[in-house]
Design a protein around this ligand. Structure first.
Ligand code: COA
Length: 697
């Protein structure tokens, strides 16, 4: 018998317990154990009721994602669900923690469901590029109808136990003693002679066929343009629940699941799932002692500083916010206030929470007030001199052992750390704007950063609900280095003949929410202009320089905030291409004697993506990124790279490394250094390997 499942008897109730830490995923050992015990239960006529429960922190949180994409060893979940549902005695699911995916489908196959008040349940398979494969698309709509079922399966968001009770998904949510309550329910069912209540026979959600069909049709229209291969299949399966007999619906679901599971989107999404978790595993964690963080200081109350303060307040930390003068401080505090007022209006938080958060915020113009904090995140103007000044003051006032973090996008952390007496306490936290919303946090590890400081950063990121990625010191770290190459590849095409709108459209077509020139307009063209001016002195004169951005800025056009950039804003029908920019581009081409040519969507995508993957490979080669999947995580969480494509390194793997290397080589004559393939390509290609082989466990 499998050790992952056990069977005990409490009077005439069979209690089946799953025990497969950490999240009771439905791995083969669990499925086999369930199968074997179901057989025993079927043969034992003394059993009058069954409870299905799990040990540890949660009811099964889903199928074992590690088994996806390869042939599944029987018994498969869907057969187990059918077998549970067919038992002649009542079966109760006793749900705690997070009953997700296959775990929730097991519960749906049970005849009754009782859950701890704090439990959550749902079907997040959509996020892995698949759909529920254990009967979820057929059983869920039978309980709650099409609209709710589609919301849960396509939205993928779990619902709380009280919400599930209100929806009729579970019979009861209990505040305490869940197992006692489940047992009492079982005995009660036995006393009342209640038999099984198979979900497949329930019609609650199917009774109004016209309504059901119109809800399906509405969802189909809403998602008509989705690039995701699983969405139309989910809708078809849910539609089938009302049209087809149960078995035929299940067969359809299985086929749809298999088609999705082996596809490239599911592969990329699985990669994203594991890449995110892998990114949090860094060598510094070994043997590190976490430093305690109770109070946080934030220096600088501008856009970044106030966003960072909100992220810290949201995580429950008291925050001391420092600004040079009262006006600046007041402006920062009012940004934070407005954010919380908006959150209350939108129903995201209640008034008491708003008050609590604001009470935890302490504004000051005195650096001395940071004497008692455990961590300071400096978020002042991105200028080496300014940051040095702040660090010198922090060095004076902060207690020994406190952490000094700098929020920088580009600056050299080692140089900054060496200006103070405790470089081992210095670390970079690169937040992304808006800092309280964007998930990515690059944790930049300097040459002297103590491992305790690094480990504490990763622990803090989890509390701040950020996705941390470790980066070594390099201009632009991981995310901005790759972004710079992406933009350069795009700029070269502008000069050669493509228009900003064509490039933007091609990248949106690939799956980015917006194209690179739209992003530049949003961020403000003056920001990258200032950086280019800063770097002008040290730029290699042999490097190909595209001056189109500078010419646009010289007109005073800085993008959205000035109403003009690559696009013109403010018109009734939304942004339109800026014809004057097209003139500037034409002038630049003429100045360089370039005869413009056309670029296909495919070529635009290939050039941009291969530039990104090549830069990612260089970052791995230089040790700035620990592994290719960290590059992917940075792009997915900080730069809008479409998740179903898995990130630039996954894209290169899927596209074929040889094809990408060949493309890079074919562009090389245009700009030899920029397009030179990282040697990692050749190394992997000759051994038949992929970037994913460099990711480790
Ligand atoms: N299959 C295999 N492993 C899984 C898993 C699954 N379905 N769900 C979680 N794990 C693993 C994680 O990879 C991680 O392993 P690690 O410690 O070796 O890195 C470990 O379980 C803990 O997961 P983590 O996400 O770090 O813990 P958490 O407490 O933050 O979140 C969950 C727990 C269950 C909410 C979260 O893991 C989750 O959402 N899992 C996926 C659920 C899902 O999509 N199920 C549908 C599959 S059909």
């Amino acid at each position: 018998m499998s050790l992952a499942v056990s069977l005990e008897f409490e009077n005439s109730v069979a209690v089946v317990t799953i025990n497969n830490p950490p999240v009771n995923a439905l791995s083969h050992s669990v499925r086999q154990g369930l199968w074997d015990y179901l057989e025993q239960i079927e043969r034992n006529s003394d059993i009058k009721a069954v409870i299905l429960r799990a040990e540890g922190r949660t009811f099964p949180a889903g199928a074992d994602v590690r088994e996806f994409g390869r042939p599944r060893t029987p018994p498969i979940l869907s057969k187990i669900c059918d077998r549970i549902e067919a038992l002649p005695t009542p079966v109760i699911a006793e749900i705690h923690g997070t009953a997700l995916g296959g775990g929730f489908e097991l519960a749906l196959a049970c005849h009754y469901r009782i859950a701890d008040q704090t439990a959550r349940m749902g079907l997040p398979e959509v996020g892995l590029g698949v759909l529920p494969g254990g009967g979820g698309t057929q059983r869920l709509p039978r309980l709650v109808g099409a609209a709710q079922a589609l919301d849960m399966i396509i939205g993928g968001k779990p619902v709380s136990a009280p919400a599930a009770e209100a929806l009729g998904l579970i019979d009861r949510a209990v505040k305490k003693n869940l197992h006692q309550a489940a047992l009492a329910s079982a005995l009660n069912l036995i006393d009342h002679g209640a038999g099984p209540r198979p979900t497949r026979d329930r019609v609650d959600g199917l009774s109004n066929v016209a309504k059901y069909n119109s809800e399906v049709a509405a969802m189909r229209t809403r998602h008509a343009k989705s690039p995701l291969a699983n969405i139309p299949r989910i809708i078809n399966c849910v539609e089938a629940a009302v049209l087809l007999p149960f078995e035929a619906g299940i067969a359809m679901e299985r086929q749809a699941f298999d088609e999705c599971e082996t596809g490239p989107q599911a592969e990329a999404l699985r990669h994203a799932f594991f890449a995110e978790r892998r990114a949090a595993k860094v060598p510094e964690l070994k043997g590190a002692e976490l430093r305690e963080i109770h109070r946080i200081g934030v220096v600088g109350a501008g856009t970044m500083g106030s966003g960072i303060a909100i992220a810290c307040l949201d995580a429950g930390f008291p925050v001391t916010l420092v600004e040079r003068n009262v006006e600046g401080l007041q402006a920062g505090i009012s940004k934070i206030e407005k954010n919380y007022e908006r959150s209350v209006k939108k129903g995201r938080i209640d008034e008491t929470t708003r008050q609590n958060r604001m009470e935890q915020l302490n504004g000051t113009t005195e650096m001395q007030d940071l004497g008692q904090v455990d961590l300071v995140i400096e978020a002042v103007f991105e200028d080496e001199e300014v940051k040095r000044g702040v660090f010198a003051q922090l060095d004076q006032v902060m207690r020994p052992g406190a952490i000094l973090a700098t929020n920088t996008s580009y600056l050299d952390i080692n140089a900054l750390a060496d200006t103070i007496s405790r470089p081992e306490d210095v670390v970079g936290y690169h937040f992304f704007s808006p800092a309280h919303i964007m998930k990515l946090l690059e944790i930049v590890v300097g040459a002297k950063t103590h491992k305790d400081v690094v480990a504490t950063g990763f622990a803090l990121a989890k509390k701040l609900r950020k996705v941390p990625v470790r980066a070594g010191v390099a201009d632009g770290f991981i995310g901005n280095r790759v972004l710079a190459s992406y933009r350069l590849a795009a700029d070269f095409m502008l000069e050669e003949g493509a228009s900003p709108a064509e490039i933007d459209a091609a990248m949106r077509d690939f799956g980015f929410p917006v194209g690179p020139y739209q992003v530049l307009d949003m961020a403000g063209l003056d920001i990258s202009w200032a950086r280019r001016k800063r770097l002008a002195e040290t730029r290699d004169p042999k490097e190909r320089y595209v001056a189109i951005g500078d010419r646009i800025c010289e007109q005073g056009w800085f993008g959205q905030k000035t109403g003009r950039g690559y696009y013109i804003y403010g018109g009734e029908s939304g942004p339109v291409e800026n014809p004057d920019v097209l003139t500037i581009i034409a002038q630049e081409r003429a100045a360089k004697d370039i005869t413009p040519r056309a670029f296909s969507v495919e070529e635009i995508q290939m050039r941009c993506l291969s530039a990104m993957a090549n830069e990612g490979a260089r970052l791995v080669e230089e040790g700035v990124a620990l592994r290719p999947s960290d590059v992917d995580v940075a792009k997915l969480y900080g730069y809008g790279f479409p998740r179903h494509r898995g990130g630039p390194m996954m894209w290169a793997d899927q596209n074929g490394l040889l094809a990408v290397e060949n493309a890079l080589k074919s562009y090389q004559p245009e700009e030899p250094e920029f397009w030179k393939p990282s040697p990692i390509f050749a190394e992997l290609i000759k051994n038949g390997r992929h970037f994913s082989d460099l990711n480790g466990a």
